[in-house]
Design a protein around this ligand. Structure first.
Ligand SMILES: [Zn+2]
Length: 273
């Protein structure tokens, strides 16, 4: 999965670091990021490469001993280009630890942009000095990073697995997925999403693993479960283009090892589930 980057380590504790010349900087423009690309290997511009005020750089996290910063305004750099996230994923760019850092930085960048003003009173917010939060000097509102919980579901039945294709967005094979509603457990989300998207009833719902997914600001919880009763699929065409039972041999894996979905499908294909 995207977060499996050992022996590298991403340290996301909130710290106060002053940017130095060789620290990498993330610069985003909508869904694009400024990178240098050489033979499908990506790297990020450094502080010394950019004509920016260092006081505008926000410390995000460290990758091994390297401190990474965010610059929220658009800037240019010779030898670098803005490319979108779909390209990063489609081309399976490397190194993986940089792609994971990029996904995580994108999540944080979106939160910083969306938290520039207080949602309660409308005043401009300021950075907290002792934790990752934005604080409203007017009403005291504290805004913490927002993470959207969602589930990925591997539905099984008679040695087959339910695979889907989304109606919009990612075009490869996927699994049933959906966001957790307020007041709902993950297990209830699993049962509700499977029912809504395919009409199936499920039981024996068990947790597998989780994955942070920065491009969608998500934390994904993966579950396996079994369909029972009438296992005829009724596809919700608003959500899915396709939903089918597949045998282990028929499972088509994704092109890279970034996603929890792919690992759950591979576990089934290889007989581990
Ligand atoms: Zn306020």
């Amino acid at each position: 999965m995207i977060q499996d980057i050992a022996p590298h380590v991403l340290y996301n504790q909130y710290r106060h670091f002053i940017p130095s010349e060789n620290d990498p900087v993330f610069c985003f423009c909508d869904e694009k990021v400024l990178i240098r690309l050489e033979d499908d290997r990506l790297s990020f511009p450094k502080v010394k490469d950019l004509n920016v005020n260092r006081e505008d750089l926000i410390y995000l996290f460290s990758l091994d001993s390297s401190h990474l910063f965010l610059y929220l305004k658009q800037t240019e750099r010779d030898g670098c280009e803005y490319i979108d996230f779909r390209t990063v994923r489609r081309k399976s760019l490397r190194p993986k630890e940089s792609v994971y850092a990029l996904f995580t930085a994108y999540h944080l960048a979106g939160w910083y942009l969306n938290s520039a003003y207080c949602g309660r009173c409308g005043q401009k917010t300021v950075h907290s000095e002792n934790e990752r939060a934005m604080v409203c000097p007017g009403c005291g509102n504290i805004i913490y990073p927002r993470i959207n919980p969602a589930v990925i579901v591997g539905v099984l039945h008679e040695d087959k697995m339910l695979v889907t294709k989304y109606a919009r967005g990612y075009g490869g094979y996927a699994l049933v997925a959906g966001f957790t509603e307020i007041g709902e457990t993950f297990e209830e989300t699993v049962a509700r999403e499977v029912k809504e998207e395919t009409g199936l009833d499920v039981r024996n719902i068990r947790y597998y693993a989780s994955q942070p997914w920065g491009p969608a600001a998500d934390i994904l919880a993966g579950y396996y479960c079994e369909a029972y009763g009438d296992c005829t699929i009724s596809v919700d065409r608003d959500e899915l283009r396709l939903a089918e039972w597949k045998t282990r041999d028929e499972i088509v894996l994704q092109e890279n090892d970034y996603s929890l979905t792919n690992e759950m499908m591979r576990n089934f294909k290889e007989g581990k589930i």
